[in-house]
Design a protein around this ligand. Structure first.
Ligand code: NAD
Length: 470
């Protein structure tokens, strides 16, 4: 098969920063299969030690790594640094999660022998990553998978191969065997071949719902393969009465526009009760106008950078225009200062009067505003989506929050906190089109190993007490 050359373009400058050839799925899988028994047989303490060394390698290279993340994704340097911190912190969190979620348990019983619960790794796992957190999110699958004793073949997003390559380099530098964790460069085609390969025991995916569904379909006839799907959202942020309007506005802006809206947990729909609407929107619009959009290394640091590429910026601009055409009222226009680069100013549009609002994820800095007369309508509107990743209530009383929490369908439900910025120490996942009930982060341990129940005795001891002929 002829190899395709892939390129990585820095969104903020249009420069090519990396090129490389697509990987060979067949050879990666056979190398991983050969490496697996040895890696799985290594004592847990040794695997943990290697992962701790990996954290140290990343720590040593933190500045360089953050710069690469910022350059390849376009996100501000300050934000890329927080991504590097999350990569480092993942190791300790995963060690704790492995012990707590998938540890060993022995229950002695003199007559029946002892009962034991232990966990085994699945085998060779395919990890498919998105571009918005090109290090932290695949790392969130890879570290727990490796600790549990799986081998990993990691295919980074075709938009962020350089960060993917660097991540695997740190693992190898730390001493994780080259065949136990491998990089596979490529796009959707390599992803499809990897997912469908007989030698893969599981697929750990973070990306769009569309791709997640395609993977699920592809593996429908293979119920024996573990599939963890972390997908997108159409997340609501609901605002009820609050005396703290400017804090509410800050939470909304943070939820909608951090990472230029390229977070799976970003607020896409601001659902606001009529009685707070005017005061709130005045603050939200004033704050939005002040957001600095600039290249990742600008001084002073911007709030947000460009979106990932020109095609994405074009699609988002078209979606904004489609809202306007359908009767939406723009409150802050989504502007594109240069046709050559994917910088977008944050866009806010009132879509209350659009009857059939499309329930899709617009992965960028676009916030819809939907006005509602009362709290029940707000909850119904918040649930008016096939996704179910994150949701926040701003304002209201403890009783209101209790009602919100009880009725909202989502895997992350917050009160007076943004929809994004979830903790790695908690499970992270959604329902509906947002996931398949295999949450990541703290619960990633669960899908990286399977439980084995045993009853055990040192010597055989048995007799048949009933139903025997003389
Ligand atoms: P994407 O679905 O386009 O791609 C993700 C990965 O899947 C890439 O590596 C891609 O090459 C690969 N791929 C594409 N088609 C494939 C196929 N048919 N078979 C196998 N692999 C295939 O996602 P993206 O655009 O890179 O990332 C943005 C999306 O990720 C958004 O929808 C966002 O909400 C979602 N996301 C979800 C989470 C979460 O944890 N729930 C976190 C971050 C991003």
């Amino acid at each position: 098969m002829t190899k395709e050359t892939h390129f990585s373009i820095a969104p903020a400058t249009g420069e090519q920063i990396w090129s490389g050839e697509s990987g060979d799925v067949e050879s990666a899988v056979s190398r991983a299969r050969r490496a697996w028994p040895g890696w799985a047989a290594l004592a847990l303490a040794n695997r943990i030690e290697l992962l701790r060394r990996f954290a140290n390698e990343v720590r040593k290279g933190a500045d360089e790594f953050a710069e690469l993340i910022a350059r390849e994704t376009g996100k501000p340097l300050w934000e890329a640094r927080t991504e590097v911190d999350a990569v480092i912190a993942k190791v300790d969190i995963s060690v704790g999660a492995y012990a707590e979620r998938t540890g060993k348990k022995k229950m002695d019983s003199a007559l029946q022998g002892s009962a034991a619960l232990r966990h085994k790794p699945h085998g060779v796992m395919a990890v498919l990553g998105p571009y918005n957190f090109p290090a932290h999110l695949p790392n969130g699958h890879m570290v727990p998978a490796l600790i549990a004793g799986n081998c990993v073949i990691f295919k980074p997003s075709e938009k962020t191969p350089a960060v993917g390559e660097k991540l695997v380099e740190y693992l190898h530098k730390a001493g994780v065997p080259e065949d136990a964790v491998q990089l596979l460069i490529g796009g959707p085609n390599e992803g499809k071949d990897l997912v469908a390969h007989q030698g893969i025991d599981g697929v750990l995916f973070t990306g769009s719902a569309q791709t997640g569904i395609a993977i699920n379909r592809r593996l429908a006839a293979n119920p024996g393969k573990i599939v963890a799907l972390e997908m997108g959202g159409n997340n609501p942020i609901v605002v009820k009465d609050t005396p703290k309007i400017s804090d509410a506005a800050a939470l909304i802006v943070q939820s909608a526009f951090t990472t230029a809206g390229q977070r799976c947990t970003a607020a896409r729909r601001l659902i606001v009760l009529e009685d707070v609407h005017d005061a709130l929107m005045e603050e939200v619009l004033a704050l939005t106008k002040r957001l600095v959009v600039d290249e990742p290394f600008a001084d002073p640091q911007p709030f947000m950078g460009p979106v990932i590429d020109n095609e994405t910026a074009d699609r988002l601009s078209e979606s904004f225009i489609a809202f306007v055409t359908a009767g939406g009222k723009p409150l802050a226009h989504l502007r594109r200062p240069s046709a050559e680069l994917p910088f977008l100013s944050p866009g806010i549009i009132d879509t209350t009067n659009i009857e059939d609002r499309p329930d899709i994820e617009l992965f960028g800095p676009i916030l819809q505003v939907i006005r509602v007369p009362d709290f029940d309508t707000a909850i119904a509107e918040a649930n008016n989506t096939r996704f179910g990743l994150s949701a926040s209530l701003i304002g209201g009383s403890p009783d209101d929050y209790g009602r919100f929490w009880a009725n909202i369908r989502a895997g992350i439900i917050n009160w007076n906190r943004p929809t994004n910025g979830a903790s790695s120490s908690a499970p992270f996942g959604g329902i509906g089109l947002s996931g398949n009930h295999r949450p990541a982060a703290y619960y990633a341990a669960d899908y990286c190993a399977y439980p084995v129940a045993s009853t055990e005795m040192e010597q055989p001891r048995a007799n048949i007490g009933i139903g025997l002929a003389d």
